[in-house]
Design a protein around this ligand. Structure first.
Ligand SMILES: [Ca+2]
Length: 468
């Protein structure tokens, strides 16, 4: 057979594969989702104690969104928002599963949803339809675990992932050794001395190694840096020694060691992409699900995980990939629901607007071909946590927070006052009214669940959480 004939046959085969969705051209997708992680934990953003060379390099290799947001100030709703492309207020999955049990508060928490409904075509399902092999690694935290029967139908494998490494109902490692062997997690083996972040990374690089010409979606959803704070002894020793060498903003050697293990993990995955020659044809995303625990890591923003302020929701938000200039920045406010349409658009397939209803494709920003539609961003948290129940809107540079118990309003100009210190409601009552009106309109549009007066309200018991 001559070369021309071989080329012809290969061409026809590729065309055929392309037709059924197995294009070699489609970019792969690697999604790093870090738990309870904020800007301030990165060495490039103010931590002279932590060491994050790989994450910092990843950020520089694509676009950094300086106003990137999580959809919620706690875990599960943010995770569901990434996968569904819908606001937590729309899916009614509005709190971490299973949430606090506080039955004596002034307001009654609505009957919210502790799962992703199967009628929704989630991001991994959309990619699977396109011929992607899909891997879930790490923390899932989207199981209705107070309903054991229902729970069986909501593991990652039931939501479009071919494999599930480590995903359970847990919001943090709860196996016998937690971050240390033994992990007691689905499809995770371990031996003495194994550290969870490293072990999950083994599976991530193995998954990349196993892929041939099919495109793949690796969703690496870290358990780290959620508590309990546990790290490798040699790294803890390193940071203990470092803490004695000068004055640092951060001083927790265990946390710093966890961050280093995270950074090394990201580095190993990116190195593997290089090694197999797929780095240039892979979209890589890095973000967090909510702010850090404790304001110390929130880079000067107010609040932290569980609060209504920017420290609870403003996240590292980096995207690199084909056609995205290195070292580029965007100040446009963007949010977790945008990942779903953005990924489809970067792959070059039609969007699914009836699915990712609350996301916008960021491709025009990423490839610097134009802007995106002007819109406001919203949060809806009808639950008691560190914050009181609240709703919020970001419209342009202004952010209004409404606390549901007493109707108290706080208005901030995030450009002039990113730390939310100066409440402008008295100075700008019209702006405040305008944003409140838009927030109310939005709640109706998405069908947000409202809180109601609590018949069991007992001021003497309010504020106390009970066990489920
Ligand atoms: Ca979290």
């Amino acid at each position: 057979m001559n070369m021309k004939k071989i080329e012809y046959i290969v061409g026809v085969l590729l065309l055929g594969l392309n037709f059924v969705g197995f294009s070699m051209e489609k970019p792969n997708v690697v999604f790093f989702l870090v738990d309870d992680f904020s800007w301030g934990a990165l060495s490039s953003h103010g931590s002279n104690f932590h060491e994050t060379p790989n994450i910092d390099k990843l950020a520089r290799s694509g676009m950094t969104f300086t106003n990137g947001y999580a959809a919620c100030t706690v875990c599960s709703p943010s995770r569901a928002a990434i996968l569904t492309g819908c606001y937590p207020a729309r899916t009614h999955l509005t709190d971490w599963i299973a949430g606090h049990r506080k039955p004596f508060e002034k307001l009654k928490v609505p009957d919210w949803n502790m799962k992703i409904d199967h009628e929704r075509v989630v991001l991994p399902e959309a990619l699977k339809e396109l011929g992607y092999s899909t891997s879930f690694i790490g923390k899932w935290h989207l199981l209705p675990h107070r309903d054991k029967d229902l729970m069986k139908d909501h593991f990652p494998e039931s939501h479009g992932f071919d494999q599930n490494i480590g995903g359970r109902e847990w919001g943090q490692p709860k196996g016998r050794g937690k971050y240390m062997h033994p992990f007691d997690m689905p499809n995770v083996t371990s031996k003495e001395g194994d550290y969870l972040t490293d072990r999950l990374t083994d599976y991530a690089v193995e998954f990349i190694d196993q892929q041939e010409n099919n495109p793949f979606f690796l969703y690496f959803s870290y358990y780290t840096v959620h508590g309990p704070l546990m790290a490798k002894p040699e790294l803890i020793a390193k940071y203990k020694a470092k803490s004695k060498t000068g004055k640092f903003k951060h001083t927790n050697p265990v946390y710093a060691a966890m961050v280093q293990s995270l950074d090394e993990s990201v580095g190993r995955v990116l190195d593997k992409l290089e090694e197999v020659g797929k780095a240039n044809n892979t979209i890589v995303i890095f973000t967090g699900d909510n702010g850090a625990v404790g304001n110390n890591y929130c880079a000067g923003l107010r609040g932290a995980k569980g609060y209504s302020f920017e420290g609870g929701v403003r996240e590292p938000f980096f995207i690199r990939g084909p056609g995205i200039p290195v070292d580029s920045f965007s100040e446009v406010p963007v949010i977790a629901m945008d990942f779903y349409p953005t990924i489809l658009d970067l792959i070059g397939v039609p969007l699914k607007p009836d699915q990712h209803k609350d996301g916008l494709s960021l491709k025009p920003l990423l490839q610097q071909t134009g802007g995106i539609e002007h819109r406001s961003l919203f949060w809806h948290y009808p639950h008691y946590h560190k914050t009181m129940p609240y709703g919020a809107i970001r419209q342009g540079n202004y952010k209004l927070i409404e606390f549901f118990e007493n109707g108290a309003l706080e208005l901030y100009d995030l450009e002039k006052d990113p730390s939310e210190k100066n409440n402008l409601t008295k100075k700008m009552p019209e702006k405040s009214d305008e944003l409140l009106g838009n927030l109310e309109k939005w709640r109706l549009t998405v069908g947000a669940q409202k809180m109601s007066e609590n018949p069991n309200y007992d001021p003497s018991k309010a504020g106390k959480g009970l066990k489920w």
